[in-house]
Write a protein that binds this ligand. Structure first.
Ligand SMILES: [Zn+2]
Ligand SMILES: [Zn+2]
Length: 400
């Protein structure tokens, strides 16, 4: 049984008998009532569930198996015993959301409408279930998007990021493109109030970059990043903060290479205006013929993948994060074996080692602000998806 998930009949927009101003009135008046310790207003916000949560909330829903999303009213979520209800204050768009929005073959095979999508988020807890002990009403939290089973081999041996039975927020469980979301307390990450909401909601995708960049130490090393989408840009910022000696980045977009410079990349190479051979030669020249210590392949593009392998020095490491659209041919003997390199596949984040590390990186001055290029109210989501489809953006953040 999935905690906090509504059944299909509840997906019909709830005909509210009260006007929307009524809800605004309740939300405004409650803090006053609580502060006065008025017996009509219980101490815990959880105790006023019947006043707030019988109303409808605004959400972006994949209502049927076709492109697009529908902004509609849905019943407020109710917590299971181990769940918290979070009022979402910021939620960012991810490539996964674009796949679902565009309804490509992956989305068609994976997502079962109706579903509220979205998985990168932060917010404030407004209610907790009866068994919740780790968080409380008022806590500012982000969320790990992988809801893991806790009992498979991987979960029990410290590898929950590759849980065999994981479910994904906004894919298999109603997500964060909504005013409220119900989540198990086990995936919540208490966040410092010093981190503004447009940064706090990015901790989940940032975790991918932290794991990709720091699966091995980068301090004092030369790094190649192939692909400057948001996660590649995050990885560049992480590498910079972690003390990389020099960072080279490639991409097909001048817009994104400019963002790369803004987060501290030393050399940018444009794969649209330069040939593959000239890019390989430029990397050799920049590294005085040595090659880089570490290649982070963040694009999934076959040419970029070969750059990642050909440009790494013997005995170096290659981290693979970008997802190719199909099988790729490469020279295993000369690109991997005889070079004696280490190759890492990165999926998700280490639970919760990456989250702790990210908190430390923020304290160390990690600067990702240039990567947040657009913010919109939730209702303007189509503009966000148009930007993602055009590639003329870094990270797009929505405010419910
Ligand atoms: Zn994501
Ligand atoms: Zn598991």
């Amino acid at each position: 049984m999935r905690q906090g998930q509504t059944n299909a009949t509840q997906h019909i927009p709830a005909p509210s008998t009260r006007p929307r101003w009524y809800r605004a009135f309740i939300v405004c008046i409650l803090p006053i009532g609580r502060s006065l310790r008025n017996p009509f207003f219980p101490e815990r916000v959880g105790g006023i569930a019947h006043l707030v949560y019988n109303e409808a909330m605004r959400a972006l829903v994949k209502t049927s198996a076709q492109p697009g999303l529908t902004a509609t009213d849905r019943p407020d979520p109710k917590p299971g015993p181990a769940d918290a209800i979070i009022r979402v204050t910021a939620t960012s768009l991810c490539g996964t959301d674009a796949h679902i929005y565009n309804w490509d073959p992956w989305a068609h095979s994976r997502v079962h409408p109706p579903r509220i999508i979205g998985h990168e988020m932060c917010g404030v807890i407004v209610e907790v279930g009866s068994d919740v002990t780790l968080v409380k009403v008022g806590d500012y939290v982000a969320a790990e998007s992988h809801l893991t089973c806790g009992h498979c081999f991987q979960c029990r041996t410290g590898q929950a990021h590759v849980c065999k039975n994981y479910r994904i927020l906004g894919v298999d469980h109603d997500g964060s493109f909504a005013e409220y979301v119900a989540l198990p307390e086990s995936v919540l990450w208490k966040t410092s109030p010093a981190i503004p909401r447009e940064l706090a909601c990015l901790q989940e995708p940032l975790g991918n970059a932290v794991d990709a960049a720091l699966v091995e130490n980068l301090t004092g090393q030369t790094v190649l990043i192939t692909g400057c989408g948001p996660t590649g840009l995050f990885a560049a910022a992480v590498a910079r903060t972690a003390g990389a000696a020099m960072i080279i980045a490639t991409d097909v977009s001048a817009y994104r290479l400019d963002l790369a410079k803004q987060v501290g990349v030393d050399h940018v190479l444009n794969a649209t205006t330069e040939t593959a051979d000239r890019i390989a030669a430029a990397i050799r020249e920049i590294t005085a013929g040595e090659g880089v210590d570490a290649s982070l392949e963040m694009s999934g593009n076959p040419t970029a993948l070969h750059h990642a392998f050909s440009s790494v020095k013997n005995g170096g490491r290659v981290t693979l994060f970008g997802i190719p659209t199909g099988p790729i041919m490469f020279d295993l003997a000369n690109e991997v074996i005889f070079k004696g390199i280490r190759v890492y596949g990165i999926t998700g984040r280490r639970l919760f080692k990456t989250w702790y590390r990210l908190t430390g990186l923020f304290q160390a001055g990690l600067n990702i602000k240039p990567i947040i290029t657009h913010t919109f109210p939730l209702k303007d989501f189509t503009r966000g998806f148009e930007l993602i489809n055009s590639g003329q953006c870094g990270k797009v953040v929505l405010f419910p």
